[in-house]
Design a protein around this ligand. Structure first.
Ligand SMILES: [Zn+2]
Length: 191
C-alpha cells in the first residue's frame, strides 16, 4: 500500500514536472517570439529612418547647373570676351571644383562657402580673340553642407557621406561647358 502511494506520488510529481517543463517551454517560445517581433519592428523602424535620411539627402542635393548658366562677358580692360558660369545656389553649400580640358583639370577660382541666394560667378575661359568655342569640356563640382566655422545658414545631411570639404564629396555634379553663340555682340545671355 505504501509502495503504491509512493509510486502514485512519484507519478504525480513527474506529471507536475512535465507540465511545468511544457509551460516553461511555451513561455520560452513566447519570449523568443516577442523578441523576434521586437527585432522585426526595430528593423522596420531602421528602414523607415534610413528611407527618410535618403529622401533628405536627395532633397538637399544641389540643383543641376544648366547651359543657360554660361555667359560671355567682355572685359572692359582687355576687351577680351570671357566665359563665366553664373549660378545662384538655393541652399548654402561648400563648393569646390575644376574645369576639364580633355583630361587635365584646372581648379576653379571661387569661394569655398557659398550662401543660399547669393550669385556665384566663376571664370571658365578666355574666348575671343583666342577662340570661339571654349577649350573646356566640363566642370566637375563637389558639394558639402556648410561647416560650423561658416557660422551661418548651418544645416547638415544626416546620411553617412562625408561632411568635410577636405574629404570626398557629399554630392558631385558634372556640368558640360556650353559656349554661348556670339552674333557679333558681347554680354549676350544664351538660352
Ligand atoms: Zn547626405
Amino acid at each position: 500500500m505504501t509502495t503504491a502511494l509512493t509510486i502514485l506520488a512519484i507519478v504525480i510529481s513527474l506529471g507536475a514536472l512535465a507540465v511545468s517543463w511544457l509551460l516553461g517551454l511555451r513561455s520560452a517560445r513566447a519570449a523568443e517570439k516577442s523578441e523576434q517581433h521586437a527585432k522585426a519592428s526595430a528593423h522596420a523602424a531602421e528602414r523607415v529612418a534610413r528611407a527618410e535620411v535618403d529622401r533628405d539627402h536627395e532633397m538637399y542635393k544641389p540643383a543641376q547647373i544648366g547651359p543657360e548658366s554660361f555667359v560671355v562677358e567682355q572685359n572692359p580692360r582687355t576687351n577680351e570676351e570671357d566665359l563665366f558660369c553664373i549660378f545662384t545656389p538655393t541652399r548654402s553649400y561648400r563648393i569646390s571644383g575644376e574645369s576639364m580640358n580633355g583630361s587635365s583639370p584646372m581648379a576653379l577660382s571661387m569661394p569655398l562657402f557659398n550662401p543660399a541666394g547669393v550669385q556665384v560667378k566663376v571664370f571658365i575661359d578666355v574666348l575671343n580673340p583666342i577662340r570661339d568655342m571654349s577649350s573646356k569640356t566640363e566642370l566637375r563640382l563637389r558639394f558639402w553642407p556648410p561647416a560650423d566655422v561658416d557660422d551661418r545658414d548651418l544645416w547638415t545631411c544626416r546620411c553617412e557621406r562625408p561632411l568635410g570639404s577636405h574629404e570626398a564629396p557629399h554630392w558631385e555634379m558634372t556640368v558640360p561647358v556650353a559656349t554661348p553663340s556670339q552674333p557679333g555682340k558681347t554680354n549676350v545671355r544664351w538660352g
